[in-house]
Ligand binder design. Structure first.
Ligand code: ACO
Length: 401
């Protein structure tokens, strides 16, 4: 079918598909997902292999440009990103204006949008060269904004890190370097963060990615589109689930660790409570990322010598859910966020920063999807509706209503 010909209500049928459960919004060559078989591939490479063998920057390059980089391409990409890692000093004034209690997702979304104001030329991207500039600019500046958001909240002085380090190593240093400059690199944490970021790097047309594509389809700039995507990610039914999972596990622990009570709550239709970190719109047998992350959680906490009772509650909940008819019938399995928060916690990252870390990982995916949408010259996103309101009515003056 030539979909461009189905232009109006008079020419074609309008389908109503709340939540777009069966509606494809685009054609894409970036991420392949088979929810029945639990397969996830970036540009044809399995997530298992990428998480094991590649680093985050290589995966970012792969997602954005379609091929794994050669050593030279990788070095140049990293150099170009490093050259863009300085953030305008005035951005600090915006950061200062936020109250201490501000949620980091609100802060990072605002700062990302503000980058458009500091880089007005980034809005007009007419060539691949312009796009490349915006891509390396945001990959350079976003980790700085993440680290600054974290440090501001923690009351720590802001830091630019050390550009001689690897991309992920530098993120950790920017976040955790002490005010006196002291910092010890922990390879276990670097590897764990690298893996987590890879697992989150893209997931085809989810809520935040669709948001980035639809905002970008109006030819709003990359940074404005990303800022909208970050806001979409914030919600507890999407990226905010990693924060919600940990809060739920902590509540269960504080309540005596009775997982059965919370299982019953999740099944009770008169109770809005859902088991956070369970269920997925597309994965109906297992989430391949959850498998990798569960193993990583065990390894990381083991390597760090952390014995976290929260991990035991999580495992108990998972076991019970897998044997429970309600969850089996609805094919609800732990998703990627069920275990990610436990690892972030082990790394010393506060709960309300979890979704920001997710955004850091998803950044290359959003960029790749935005770039693909622009290169394919996709039309502006503009869904139709089926109107169910009043038919034509006569206006009644206010004194007669
Ligand atoms: N706990 C209890 N019941 C659930 C859960 C859950 N976590 N998830 C779905 N259900 C139930 C629903 O109540 C519904 O039951 P019903 O058929 O008896 O009415 C059925 O399972 C289907 O649920 P939907 O909401 O229709 O499924 P949908 O595909 O629209 O939602 C979603 C997927 C949003 C992920 C959902 O499973 C959920 O809310 N999970 C918890 C939040 C979460 O973990 N989000 C992270 C998603 S992954 C990510 O963004 C990286």
């Amino acid at each position: 079918i030539d979909i461009t010909k189905l232009r109006s209500a008079t020419e074609g049928v309008i389908t109503v598909d709340p939540g777009y459960k069966n509606t494809g919004s685009c054609e894409s060559a970036i991420t392949f997902l088979d929810g029945e078989k639990g397969i996830l591939r970036y540009r044809g490479y399995s997530i298992e292999e990428l998480a094991e063998k590649a680093d985050f920057l290589e995966v970012a390059y792969l997602l954005i440009f379609g091929e794994l980089p050669t050593k030279e391409q990788n070095d140049k990409f990293h150099d170009d990103i490093k050259a863009e890692s300085i953030v305008d000093e005035d951005v600090k004034k915006i950061l200062d204006a936020f109250p201490k209690a501000a949620h980091p997702m609100g802060v990072i979304s605002s700062l990302t949008s503000a980058l458009t104001a500091f880089n007005p030329s980034s809005v007009n991207v007419d060539s691949e060269e312009d796009m490349y500039k915006s891509v390396v600019r945001i990959l350079g500046k976003f980790p700085v904004l993440v680290a600054w958001t974290f440090r501001k909240k923690e009351g720590l002085p802001l830091d630019y890190g050390d550009n001689s380090l690897g991309y992920v190593e530098n993120i950790l240093k920017m976040m955790f370097v002490k005010p006196n400059g002291e910092y010890t690199q922990n390879q276990i944490l670097v590897d764990a963060l690298d893996k987590l970021l890879i697992l989150h790097a893209d997931h085809e047309q989810n809520c935040s990615t669709s948001t980035v594509r639809i905002v970008g389809s109006s030819h709003a700039g990359l940074f404005a589109s990303l800022s909208a995507g970050i806001s979409a990610l914030w919600g507890p039914l999407h990226g905010g689930a990693n924060q919600a999972v940990l809060e739920m596990l902590e509540a269960i622990k504080a309540d005596g660790g009775d997982t059965k009570k919370y299982m019953a709550k999740a099944k009770d239709k008169s109770d809005p409570f859902r088991l956070m970190g369970f269920g997925h719109r597309v994965y109906k047998n297992f989430d391949p990322r959850a498998r990798i992350i569960k193993k990583a959680a065990d390894e990381v906490l083991g390597d760090l010598g952390i014995d976290d009772p929260i991990l035991d509650i999580a495992k108990g909940l998972e076991k019970e859910a897998l044997e429970d008819q309600y969850f089996v019938d609805r094919r609800l399995y732990p998703n990627v966020d069920f275990y990610s928060g436990i690892i972030y916690r082990g790394m010393g990252i506060p709960t309300d920063m979890f979704t920001v870390m997710f955004a850091l990982g998803r950044l290359p995916g959003w960029i790749a999807q935005w770039r693909e949408m622009r290169l394919r010259k996709e039309p502006i996103g503009r869904p139709r509706q089926v109107y169910i309101g009043e038919t034509a009515r006569e206006f009644v003056p206010i004194e007669k209503r």
